[in-house]
Structures are given as structure tokens and as C-alpha cells.
Design a protein around this ligand. Structure first.
Ligand SMILES: Cc1cc2nc3c(=O)[nH]c(=O)nc-3n(C[C@H](O)[C@H](O)[C@H](O)COP(=O)(O)O)c2cc1C
Length: 194
């Protein structure tokens, strides 16, 4: 069974985190979840109390962001990678500069030092030069930067469809096997009538 660490920070677009956790749960992935203090508030603001409870239910374990003794704080705890979704510019800056003032930052820092896959979904617009410099530092470290964009080539009809297509691409990056969504070239996606 695959084991994935998920971090949720206090950026907008929490729906991406909810759908990501929903599918990881569906795929029987062991999810180790850490939610920043601000994220807790943003989740409730964007998805309501029920949304927060749903997010907790999809996880195998939920850690407090202050829990420095959690397994994910150590490189000796093996896992298959981490997703920070959405990732605030505050957390981007912390990871970029190796500042580990919360468990979420420390878990990401562990991925960097242990050379484990880390996918960061930065959510901010517009991006300042500081944001861009920090994102470049992450990329130079081998971290995969996946801004939450909308793919229109498969002609989505709902917002959820757009979000889900994006989530499936993260799973591909982390080598999480799945048959969710339609791939380009399948079922006539690249034919003219489509
Ligand atoms: C409703 C709401 C939406 C926010 N959206 C963003 C965002 O999209 N991107 C961002 O970088 N910060 C955003 N912020 C600001 C962050 O929450 C703030 O910088 C916080 O310190 C992030 O802390 P964290 O990285 O520990 O979660 C938002 C704040 C609120 C209250």
C-alpha cells in the first residue's frame, strides 16, 4: 500500500485538497495529513464545517501542525511522497529557505533532504518577484511545482471535472496507479469531432 503525506495550507482553493484526499482515500492510499492553523479556518470558510470533517475522514492519520514528534517529522519514517495542496506563499517561502517552524514545513523539508517526491500546488495571483524567486528555489531542489490550472483540451463541463483532471496529473507525478479520468489519445480525445 502506498503512503502519502498531504499538507494543506491557508491558501484559497481548498476544493483541490478535498478532491485530492477523496481520491487518495478511494485508491486506498494511506494518507498522513497535516493542516496548518490558517488552513483550518480557510477550509471552514470555503467548504463549511462539514467540509472540514470530510477532509479529516479521508485521512489515515491527522497530525497537529505543532506536533514535532510526529512520524512524518523524521526521515526514518518511509513514505512515497508529499503533496502540499494548496500551498500558500508563506509556506512556499518556508520550504524554499529551509525554515521549519511547523510540522508541515518540517515534513516538506524532510522530503527535500531525503530526496523524496514533493509536489507543491502554489495558489496566489498575481505572483510577486519574491514568490517567483522562492518557487524557482523549490524547482532547483527538484520539487514539482503544479499551479492549480484548468485544462480545457478535454472540454470539461463542470468545475469539479477541471479540479479532478488536475488531481489525476498529480497522481501521475507521484506514480500512484489509477484509471481515473480520460487521457489524451484515449476514447478519441484528440479527434476533430471532439
Ligand atoms: C480566505 C483566505 C484566503 C487566502 N488565500 C491565500 C492564497 O490564495 N494564497 C496565499 O499565499 N495566501 C492566502 N491567504 C493568506 C494566508 O492564509 C496567510 O499568508 C497565512 O499566514 C498562511 O499560513 P500557512 O502557510 O501556515 O497556512 C489567504 C487567507 C485567507 C484568510
Amino acid at each position: 500500500m502506498k503512503r502519502i503525506v498531504v499538507g494543506i495550507t491557508g491558501a484559497s482553493s481548498i476544493l483541490y485538497a478535498q478532491r485530492c484526499l477523496y481520491f487518495l482515500h478511494m485508491l486506498n492510499i494511506e494518507v498522513h495529513l497535516v493542516i496548518s492553523r490558517t488552513a483550518e479556518q480557510v477550509i471552514q470558510y470555503e467548504l463549511g464545517r462539514q467540509g472540514l470533517e470530510e477532509i479529516y475522514q479521508y485521512a489515515y492519520t491527522v497530525y497537529s501542525p505543532e506536533d514535532g514528534f510526529a512520524p512524518i517529522a523524521s526521515g526514518s519514517f518511509l513514505h512515497d511522497g508529499m503533496i502540499v495542496i494548496p500551498c500558500s506563499m508563506n509556506t512556499v517561502a518556508h520550504i524554499a529557505h529551509g525554515i521549519t517552524s511547523s510540522l508541515l514545513h518540517r515534513a516538506a523539508d524532510v522530503c527535500c533532504k531525503e530526496q523524496r517526491p514533493l509536489v507543491v500546488v502554489p495558489r496566489e495571483s498575481p505572483l510577486s518577484t519574491i514568490h517567483l524567486r522562492n518557487l524557482l528555489l523549490l524547482s532547483e531542489q527538484g520539487i514539482c511545482i503544479m499551479p492549480p490550472t484548468v485544462a480545457l483540451y478535454n472540454k470539461p463541463e463542470t468545475l469539479i471535472e477541471c479540479v479532478d483532471t488536475f488531481i489525476f496529473r498529480i497522481f501521475d507525478i507521484l506514480h500512484i496507479p489509477h484509471t481515473l479520468g480520460v487521457r489524451w489519445g484515449e476514447r478519441g480525445t484528440n479527434t476533430e469531432e471532439n
